[in-house]
Design a protein around this ligand. Structure first.
Ligand code: FMN
Length: 668
């Protein structure tokens, strides 16, 4: 890699060079060439995007919606957290076509005349929303790529796969639309079967391994509690207390019996204690996990959906993660939660499912349900870094940093039940700024768990996503991990347990926004196996191409439009092309735009790279499309979405989940 250092250059699209930006992190202004700066008109306020990536999910809406309000100097609260005013209601169709009739076969509906849905296809078509008129997709993109359209008559691009004369659907492939094969045709994996889901809902899922490990953990905790009590305290209950210490009293038969019971109990506790210690070594039988120098995209709630990850795979990512799934709804078989472990075939191997939980029973059961219901998982990752208040108050996410013993119990329980799937953990430096705890924590993780990998985000919970990630500390923790491992291998347990082959992998995270950051942090310390990219890959999805070519690539607006085109194509394959699918595609497209628009094209910059926390002055691009793609106005994101998904309804409102003042009401 080093010999290629000279190759790392800054080249504009017209081969002009731009000044190298000092890469030390600081807040400031992005330097734009004067000819691209657009002066603000009088009385016009610059729409400044205040980037606060605080995120949440619809699954946690109400409480989190309040967020934490920090008063600024003017006493006005800056609302952190999820935007309250989001309206995600679905537009209902006037006449709903019977789901069994989507492909036109009337014999499939067993309810006949009693069915509450429409069976008259002509009636349905006469009231259905008009065809999508998309500039980019003149015909059904799903039909074109898969050879058939799973949405059948409900498709908003129907004319491309309808024989108008006979009102019959055209299909290039013989596919039973009801069968599971649809998922494989779509190239998607990790669908839980309806029977398995029902078992979870009806609480009859056999959590055999979880029950085993939970019993072991309980006994272990009891053993620890007992061993902390002085012997006398345990044995000398008030009734059994000796009367006079100087006079030897005969041992009462009850005392003898009690002592015997206690010693048997202790022996049993000892056994389970040893068994618990043994559970750690299950990790050696796990599938190998290789993160060494891999190009990793972070878990990203909402924006890190399946189409986005598929796009990132196409653009060079080696490892991707699901959005964070909550353990309890997974255990309860909730549909929306089980949508999260779904992945595209291009993501495997190298696909991790992230789970958030607060207790060992949740961790065990969620991991067991995953390991027994979906097959294409390379690792299950315990989220121990999420800063969201709601999760924190419940004891999950970054709250586990305050309770390492609990985190360890969760990880060991997960390792025990997850069959051959390795368990990993993502942590932050600590919960409070200025009080990092990750060094002590990784030592404990080495000695008391068998995690396959640790990812450290170099910020505290208190910092959330603001201020720079502390890479000096990340590097220090990597060193601590390696020396703790070396010490551990010398111990009795270590000798039989771990050798250099199954060492814990260490991944650093935070502020990796371009290829220079990537190499700086990766090559900065050999104890760091890889680095993980989050916002950098949302703003500039071609970041790994740059890593590969070791130079900045100044993508033109047409090239960037192609990236959006791929994303839109993958979205429609995933969510579908019916009314509901198109509205989902549009919503997530706009969520993606809320990051994508923040790219400041290299060719218009006086200094490069532009840092994440630098704001550009009002600028225009080298062409109209570039200006549109860089707009901070939500109406322009909607305009862009129209190119792919046709014109929106007049009443369509989009408010990004991740707060940014760039949003405005449609009509404002
Ligand atoms: C929109 C958004 C969603 C995120 N969702 C998750 C998540 O679900 N799980 C998680 O562990 N981290 C999540 N994170 C945190 C990132 O994975 C990453 O740790 C953080 O953004 C720091 O990396 P960066 O400086 O490269 O952005 C999210 C971050 C953002 C910006």
């Amino acid at each position: 890699m080093e010999q290629n250092a000279e190759k790392r250059s800054i080249v504009g699209d017209d081969n002009s060079t731009v000044k190298r930006q000092d890469t030390s992190p600081s807040k400031g202004i992005a330097h734009i060439k004067p000819e691209y700066i657009v002066p603000l008109k009088q009385n016009e306020n610059q729409k400044v995007a205040i980037y606060d990536e605080e995120m949440s999910s619809d699954r946690m809406t109400n409480e989190f919606a309040g967020g934490t309000n920090k008063k600024n100097k003017n006493g006005r609260g800056k609302k952190r957290g999820q935007n309250k005013n989001r309206d995600n209601r679905q537009v209902k169709e006037q006449n709903v076509l019977c789901p069994r009739l989507i492909h036109g076969d009337i014999s499939k509906c067993s309810f006949g005349d009693n069915c509450r849905f429409v069976h008259d296809i002509n009636l349905y078509l006469s009231t259905k929303k008009p065809e999508v008129e998309s500039n980019i997709f003149p015909s059904c993109p799903v039909f074109n790529s898969l050879g058939f359209c799973p949405m059948g008559f409900k498709c908003r691009f129907l004319s491309s796969h309808l024989n108008k004369e006979d009102n019959i659907l055209i299909s290039k492939k013989e596919i039973d639309p009801d069968a599971q094969t649809i998922w494989s045709v779509k190239g998607e994996v990790n669908h839980i079967s309806p029977e398995r889901k029902l078992d979870l809902i009806k609480r009859r899922f056999p959590f055999t391994k979880s029950n085993e490990i939970l019993e072991i953990i309980d006994s272990f905790q009891q053993e620890c509690r007992d061993s902390m009590k002085p012997e006398e305290e345990v044995e000398s209950t008030p009734q059994l207390k000796k009367q006079d210490p100087d006079v030897e009293q005969p041992v009462a038969p009850q005392v003898e019996q009690r002592n015997k019971e206690l010693s048997e109990h202790r022996m049993k506790q000892r056994e389970v204690y040893l068994k618990y210690k043994d559970t750690r070594y299950f990790a050696q039988e796990k599938k190998p996990l290789d993160l060494y120098h891999k190009k990793i995209v972070s878990p990203l709630t909402t924006v890190g959906n399946l189409p986005y990850r598929r796009l990132m795979r196409k653009l060079g990512a080696d490892v991707t993660y699901s959005e964070m799934a909550l353990a309890v709804p997974l255990i309860q078989g909730t549909n929306s939660e089980w949508a999260l472990p779904k992945a595209h075939t291009s993501e495997f191997p190298g696909f991790g499912v992230q789970v958030a939980c607060s207790k060992a029973w949740q961790a065990a059961k969620a991991a067991e349900a995953l390991a027994n219901s979906v097959s294409e998982i390379s690792e299950i990752n315990l989220n121990s870094g999420c800063p969201i208040d709601l999760l924190y108050r419940q004891g999950s996410g970054s709250a586990l940093l305050d309770n390492p013993a609990r985190m360890i119990r969760c990880l060991n329980a997960m390792n025990y039940v997850s069959k051959d799937i390795p368990i990993t953990v993502k942590i932050r430096t600590g919960t409070k700024e200025g009080h990092p705890i990750a060094e002590g924590l990784v030592k404990r993780l080495v000695n008391e768990t068998d995690v396959a990998a640790i990812t450290l985000h170099g910020r505290s919970r208190q910092q959330r996503y603001t201020k720079s990630a502390d890479w000096d500390y990340v590097s220090q923790v990597a060193d601590t991990l390696r020396s703790a491992e070396a010490d551990f291998i010398e111990t009795e347990q270590g000798k039989e347990g771990r050798d250099s082959k199954n060492r814990i992998q260490f991944v650093g995270n935070g502020d990796v926004n371009n290829f220079e950051d990537w190499y700086r942090y990766l090559n900065g310390n050999e104890n760091i196996d890889s680095v993980m990219v989050a916002r950098g890959a949302l703003i500039k999805p071609w970041i790994f191409e740059e890593v590969e070519s070791q130079q900045y690539l100044d993508k033109t607006s047409t090239e960037r439009l192609d990236i959006l085109r791929d994303y839109a194509q993958f979205s429609m394959e995933h969510w579908g092309t019916d009314e509901y699918g198109i509205s989902q595609c549009r919503r997530f497209f706009c969520e993606f735009m809320s990051f994508f628009h923040r790219y400041v094209p290299m060719g218009i910059c006086e200094r490069y790279p532009v840092k994440l926390n630098e704001r550009p002055p009002n600028w225009c691009g080298r062409d109209e499309l570039e200006t549109l793609m860089g707009s901070t106005d939500v109406n322009d994101w909607i305009k862009l979405s129209d190119l792919f998904f046709g014109k929106t309804d007049e009443n369509f409102v989009f408010v990004p989940k991740h707060k940014s003042s760039s949003y405005a009401n449609r009509d404002s």
